[in-house]
Design a binder for this molecule. Structure first.
Ligand code: ADP
Ligand code: MG
Length: 751
């Protein structure tokens, strides 16, 4: 089986010769290149032969999986590793040498020459430091070496990653530490293969500098508190309760010719200019439509690559906006799902290039069209108890489920601000609340059945559950279907979807680590509250449990009820009603991020040993900085593009019109100057807008990041919007062959 099919560049994906005498880089010539890329598209050289190599065989082909370990490790070592993976027991460091040696042999047999500790800095990206397996032996040859110490610990310098003040550059030591619970894998490149080892990244003082460490800590906290509840219900086997995550990723694909001709897409990941296309998404004809050939070929290839990495991709379909798609894997343990999600994004970007396309994961690449989110499906469960958020057929009688479910509702109500803060970013601000994504108000959708059960509890006790009906369609040839007990709701940021909650406010470009840490920790706090209450009320007497649960649920529902909302989250009425209910409405990241600085939030994260006060502060500082930097870069780009691309195009056209006008006058004709007047007016306003934006950009409040974030939000962004508005209007007047940027119409429909 060949798992490393080398690929040649796709035909037609390079910049094709420009049509006629137009300069390369001008909008019209790029259009010709893109059209040629699309029409001359040929499959990548090695066609995917699923008969020769069935998908099942590919699955985990590049993973140092449990079955590989079972084959290659001595039994005692294997068992010790599995114990750590399954029950979170401390890793016996004496096994490291044995595992390292087996890992190295396996990797080298599969063609690896290097190994890399992979870690996840606060930028949200993935970082790798590669080292060769080879060491010179002093006799002019080299031996392959990889020790337990090298497996367990690395010391990348990494001092340039943001640390929000935890670490100064002069105290640059940072360590990467092997995370046994996330499997090592091989990353293939046409010219070599690297063994990748997922790691945590901590400072010399042991503080978390990364996104993984808090995920692991929060999973531990959640398990501890969940065990207390399970014990009350008589389940004392101690099987670890893990949080599970299934992220659905939305993304756009555009032809690479367009991507490179747009400095904004290239640098900011989104278009800073662009008039709406005459046809957008209003026909809904792209949604779930037939997938274009080149895109489908890309998807199949991505899926194959992800399968090799043990990432269980399950669904693919077209999304709402033209050029928008979705991919979703089957859920996994939160930590593995987080690492896999990062790998999924980098794989999609890499494979898209091979098909002559660019994969955009920005939350809002195109104004006026649907943005991209990442719905994070979340639950918790154990090997003996299964999914703890599964209500069964009669939720009213499932007390254990009701306690877990109520704990989540209480958590979301109490920590709305935290959930809002962990999805706050400059990119996601363009999406949240924009009539196609959940609003910035955090609420919970429960559905008819559970809402009814909780209503009964509030009224003194639940005795029934709305039953699942049967759906009959009225055509005898169609079979009757079992009907779900409640409808779906697409507008809620936090929705119960049958046996899990779906957090939909997460942005497409974000790491899912932050949202998972938040969910795990706030629910751990809530379970702690419930367990304490129930333990006190029963005093160890299980006969009193039923009554204690009823009292607890009533108390929770009375307090947290305002957060439950089953209606249309996009509507204006909801905004008003939410305000009356006292729910937070933190509209922008500049409003939301500071929540992380509140004393009760610091108390929450430190109480459950997820983030110390300093670690939390460093995150707040880093995210605010990232917010400001993102907007400043976009603003500079706006100035540059407006001044050096759009303004010149507009004045060239203006001069053409003026010349025509003068020429016609000279020969005695009249010239209607309507267009010339419009262009002249817009050019003037464009210039004025640029001046205002430049002024806003020169403000600097470097020592107060919160104030700087406010300024970016309240002065810089509106000034950018004005410049864009003028430019987009000009796009509707200026001659097409002079317009320097690929248009929305082209980027979205030529594929
Ligand atoms: P939809 O688009 O209708 O919401 P999808 O099938 O695209 O549904 O995605 C649902 C996601 O929820 C999948 O990733 C699935 O694996 C995940 N999921 C299912 N059960 C759980 C669970 N217990 N915990 C976490 N995620 C889950
Ligand atoms: Mg979904």
């Amino acid at each position: 089986m060949s798992t490393s099919a080398t690929k040649q560049a796709t035909n037609g994906s390079g910049p094709a010769p420009a049509g006629g005498s137009r300069a390369v880089g001008n909008g019209a010539s790029v259009r010709m290149s893109a059209i040629s890329a699309v029409t001359n598209w040929q499959p990548v050289s090695a066609p995917l032969n699923f008969v020769e190599t069935p998908t099942q065989e590919l699955f985990c082909a590049n993973v140092f999986s449990r079955s590989v370990m079972k084959d290659r490790l001595p039994k005692t070592v294997y068992q010790s590793v599995i114990k750590t993976i399954e029950s979170g027991e401390k890793l016996d460091s004496s096994v490291a040498d044995v595992v390292a040696s087996a890992m190295k042999d396996w990797a080298i047999e599969k063609g690896a020459t290097h190994y890399a500790h992979v870690f996840f800095p606060l930028t949200g990206a993935t970082a790798e430091k590669h080292d060769s397996f080879l060491s010179p032996d002093g006799d002019g040859s080299a031996i392959a070496e990889f020790t337990g110490a090298q497996l367990i610990q690395g010391e990348p310098d990494g001092s340039s990653f943001p640390t929000g003040g935890i670490r100064q550059t002069f105290e640059a030591r940072g360590y990467t530490i092997w995370d046994v619970t996330s499997p090592a894998y091989l990353l293939e490149n046409a010219n070599g293969t690297t063994l990748c080892i997922p790691t945590a990244f901590v400072s010399w003082t042991g503080e978390a500098l990364d996104k993984k460490t808090p995920v692991l800590r929060s999973m531990q906290a959640l398990n501890e508190q969940a065990q207390r509840i399970l014990k009350l219900f008589g389940h004392t086997d101690g099987a670890t309760v893990s949080s599970t995550a299934g992220p659905e990723q939305e993304y756009f694909l555009v032809d690479r010719n367009f991507f490179f001709a747009r400095p904004d897409l290239l640098t900011a990941g989104r278009t800073l200019f662009g008039a709406p296309a005459p046809k957008g998404q209003e026909f809904d004809d792209h949604y779930f439509g037939a997938i274009p050939d080149r895109v489908l070929a890309f998807m199949l290839d991505v899926e194959r690559e992800l399968f090799k990495l043990g990432i269980p991709v399950k669904t693919r379909h077209n999304e709402v906006a033209p050029g928008q798609y979705e991919i979703a894997p089957v859920f996994e343990s939160a930590n593995t799902a987080t690492d896999h999600q990062q790998l999924m994004m980098s794989t999609m970007r890499r494979v898209a290039e091979q098909y002559g396309m660019a994969c955009l994961t920005h939350e809002k690449p195109f104004a006026g069209l649907n943005g991209s989110g990442k719905h994070v499906n979340w639950s918790l469960g154990s090997s003996s108890q299964g999914n703890l958020l599964d209500p069964g057929d009669t939720p009213h009688a499932n007390a254990q489920f009701l306690v877990f479910c109520a704990a989540v509702i209480r958590a979301v109500h109490k920590y709305q601000g935290v959930l809002r803060a962990v999805v706050a970013s400059a990119g996601n601000d363009h999406r949240l609340g924009a009539n196609e994504a959940p609003p910035a108000i955090i609420s919970v959708f429960l559905g008819d059945q559970l809402t009814d059960v909780f209503k009964q509890i509030k009224g003194g006790g639940a005795n029934s559950s709305i039953e699942k009906g049967t759906l009959t369609v009225g055509a005898d040839v169609l079979p009757p279907l079992p009907k779900d007990a409640g409808d779906r709701n697409r507008t809620s940021p936090f929705a119960f979807t049958g046996n899990r909650f779906e957090f939909r406010a997460v942005g497409a470009n974000q790491s899912i680590a932050g949202p998972l840490v938040a969910m795990n920790t706030i629910v751990a706090e809530s379970l702690d509250f419930c367990a304490t209450q129930l333990e006190e009320a029963t005093g160890g007497d299980s006969a009193k449990l039923h009554e204690a649960v009823q009292a607890l649920l009533t108390e929770i529902i009375n307090e947290a009820e305002p957060v439950i909302f089953n209606g249309d989250g996009y509507s204006e009425e909801w905004h008003q009603e939410a305000a009356q209910r006292g729910l937070l409405n933190l509209k922008t990241a500049a409003d939301a991020l500071p929540v992380l600085g509140a004393p009760e939030v610091a108390e929450l994260f430190s109480k459950y040993n997820v983030l110390s006060e300093r670690e939390l502060e460093s995150r707040l500082e880093t995210y605010l900085e990232q917010y400001c930097m993102t907007i400043q870069v976009e603003a500079k780009l706006t100035v540059e593009m407006a001044r050096t691309m759009i303004f010149p195009a507009a004045v060239r056209y203006q001069s053409e019109l003026a010349t025509t006008c003068a020429n016609l006058k000279a020969v005695g004709y009249d010239f209607d100057t309507d267009t010339l007047d419009q262009v002249t007016r817009l050019v003037k306003q464009l210039q004025d807008g640029i001046a205002v934006l430049e002024k806003a950009l020169h403000h600097n409040d470097a020592d107060d990041t919160k104030a700087e974030a406010r300024h970016c939000c309240e002065a810089v962004l509106p000034a950018m919007a004005t410049v864009r508005n003028m430019a987009d209007q000009l796009e509707g007047w200026v001659a097409d062959d002079l317009w320097p940027l690929p248009t929305y119409q082209e980027m979205l429909f030529i594929k």
